[in-house]
Design a protein around this ligand. Structure first.
Ligand SMILES: [Zn+2]
Length: 395
C-alpha cells in the first residue's frame, strides 16, 4: 500500500477541470454590502458539499451569517492518528475592471479567472488528495478534514467562528498562494482611526477658528518617521522581520469657504507575533500627547481597532512544518523556501497550529489577470498527500 501511495500521481486534467468549475461559481465577498447571489459564499459551499458527498465524506455546514456558511467534509480515520485540516476560503475579492473574471479557461497550462489563484485552486488540490487516497485504498489513522471558510477577504469572521465552534484539528494547512513556500508565520494587521477636532468658522478669518485638517497635517508630519523607526527594530522576528506603518485614508472638510472642524484618518499597522495591539494603540496616543506639547490647541483622539487580523507564529520545529518540508523537498526536488506569508490569513483564528503553503503566486491574486499554473496544482496536491501520509506514519 505504501508503494502504491508513493506512486499516486495527481491528475492534471481533473485538477484543471475542477478548478474551472469552481471559478465559474461567483463567490465575491460582499464586503460592506448586503450578501446576495454572486456576492456570498453559499453557492460555492453548496457545490463543495456536493463534491464531498460524492466522495463519501461526513459533512457539516454552519452559517456565519445568512448565505455565508462555513462548511467541511471529513474523511474519517481508523483511529490513533492526528486530525489534519486542509482549509481554504471560499470568497474572492471583487472584479472591478476585470471583464471576463468568471469565464475560467485553461490557457497555456494556466487556469484563469477570479479566484483561480486566491484561492479556489487549493480546493481542487484538496479534493484530489481525497481521490488519490481512495483510489489507492489507503486508510488513514487520523481524520482528514477539508474546510471551506467564509469571509477571509474582509473581516475573517468565518475563521473566527470556526475557531470558536469547530471543527478543530491537531494541525492545519491553508493553501493560500505562496508559490509552494512554507509559511509558519505572518504579521498581524491593526487598522485604527485618528480624529482631529477643530472650531469651524468662515474662511475669511481663519484665525478665529481651529483648522482640523491643518491639525491632521501636523499629526501626519509627526507620525511620518514611524515606519522607518519600526524597521530599525534591533530584534526583528526571524521570519517576519520588522513591523510596518502607513497612513492610508483621509477625510475632512466640507467646502472651500469654511474652516473645517473635523478630520479623520485611517492608519494601518502590520505587527509582529508577540506585539500587543492594545499597546500599539497606546503608543499612538503617547505620540499624540507628545505633539500636543508643541501644539497646545490640538484636539486629537485614537480609536480602534477598526480592523484586527492576528499574527501567525507556528514554531518552525512543529510537526506540520517538518512534514511539509520533507514532502515539499521530495516533490519539488529542492529545498523548499521557509518564509513568512506577506499578508494576513485565517490561520491564527483556527486555534491549532496551521501553516500556509499553497499553489499560485500572490502577485496574481487580486489582480485583473488572475491565473494559476496547473503544474503548481499538481505539485501542491502531491505535497499535501505526502504531508498527510507522513503525519499519519505512512509516508
Ligand atoms: Zn486568499
Amino acid at each position: 500500500m505504501k508503494d502504491l501511495m508513493m506512486n499516486a500521481a495527481p491528475d492534471a486534467t481533473r485538477l484543471a477541470d475542477t478548478l474551472i468549475e469552481l471559478v465559474r461559481i461567483q463567490s465575491v465577498n460582499p464586503f460592506d454590502e448586503a450578501p446576495g447571489p454572486g456576492r456570498r459564499e453559499q453557492e460555492m459551499a453548496e457545490d463543495l458539499l456536493a463534491r464531498f458527498h460524492l466522495l463519501g465524506l461526513e459533512t457539516g455546514w454552519r452559517e456565519v451569517e445568512q448565505g455565508r456558511p462555513n462548511i467541511w467534509g471529513r474523511l474519517k480515520g481508523t483511529g490513533g492518528g492526528p486530525a489534519i485540516m486542509l482549509a481554504a476560503h471560499m470568497d474572492t475579492v471583487g472584479t472591478e475592471g476585470y471583464g471576463d473574471a468568471f469565464d475560467a479557461r485553461l490557457v497555456d497550462g494556466k487556469v484563469t479567472g477570479r479566484g483561480s489563484c486566491d484561492m479556489k485552486g487549493a480546493f481542487a488540490c484538496y479534493l484530489e488528495v481525497i481521490r488519490m487516497l481512495q483510489a489507492s485504498g489507503t486508510e488513514l489513522p487520523g481524520d482528514l478534514i477539508i474546510a471551506g471558510i467564509a469571509d477571509e477577504e474582509h473581516l475573517l469572521t468565518g475563521s473566527a467562528e470556526m475557531g470558536r465552534n469547530g471543527p478543530g484539528a491537531d494541525f492545519g494547512i491553508i493553501g493560500e498562494p505562496s508559490k509552494l513556500a512554507i509559511c509558519p508565520s505572518h504579521k498581524g494587521q491593526l487598522g485604527a482611526m485618528i480624529r482631529t477636532y477643530g472650531v469651524a468658522t468662515h474662511s475669511s478669518g481663519p484665525e478665529n477658528g481651529v483648522n482640523a485638517v491643518e491639525h491632521m497635517g501636523a499629526v501626519i508630519a509627526h507620525l511620518s518617521g514611524l515606519n522607518a523607526e519600526l524597521q530599525q527594530n534591533p530584534e526583528p522576528h526571524p521570519l517576519c522581520g520588522t513591523g510596518r506603518f502607513s497612513m492610508n485614508v483621509i477625510r475632512g472638510g466640507a467646502f472651500v469657504s469654511g474652516i473645517p472642524d473635523y478630520c479623520e484618518m485611517e492608519i494601518d499597522r502590520r505587527f509582529l507575533p508577540g506585539e500587543d495591539p492594545e499597546e500599539i494603540l497606546e503608543d499612538y496616543r503617547r505620540r499624540l500627547r507628545e505633539l500636543k506639547k508643541e501644539l497646545p490647541d490640538l484636539k486629537a483622539e485614537v480609536s480602534g481597532p477598526s480592523l484586527l487580523a492576528p499574527a501567525l507564529n507556528v514554531p518552525q520545529d512543529s510537526a506540520v512544518v517538518a512534514a511539509l518540508t520533507e514532502a515539499a523537498r521530495g516533490v519539488l526536488g529542492r529545498e523548499p523556501e521557509i518564509t513568512a506569508f506577506p499578508g494576513g490569513t485565517d490561520a491564527p483564528n483556527l486555534g491549532f497550529p496551521c501553516v500556509i503553503c499553497g499553489p499560485g503566486d500572490l502577485a496574481q491574486a487580486h489582480s485583473t489577470d488572475e491565473y494559476i499554473e496547473v503544474k503548481q496544482l499538481v505539485q501542491a496536491s502531491s505535497i499535501y498527500l505526502q504531508t498527510v501520509l507522513k503525519m499519519n506514519g505512512q509516508g
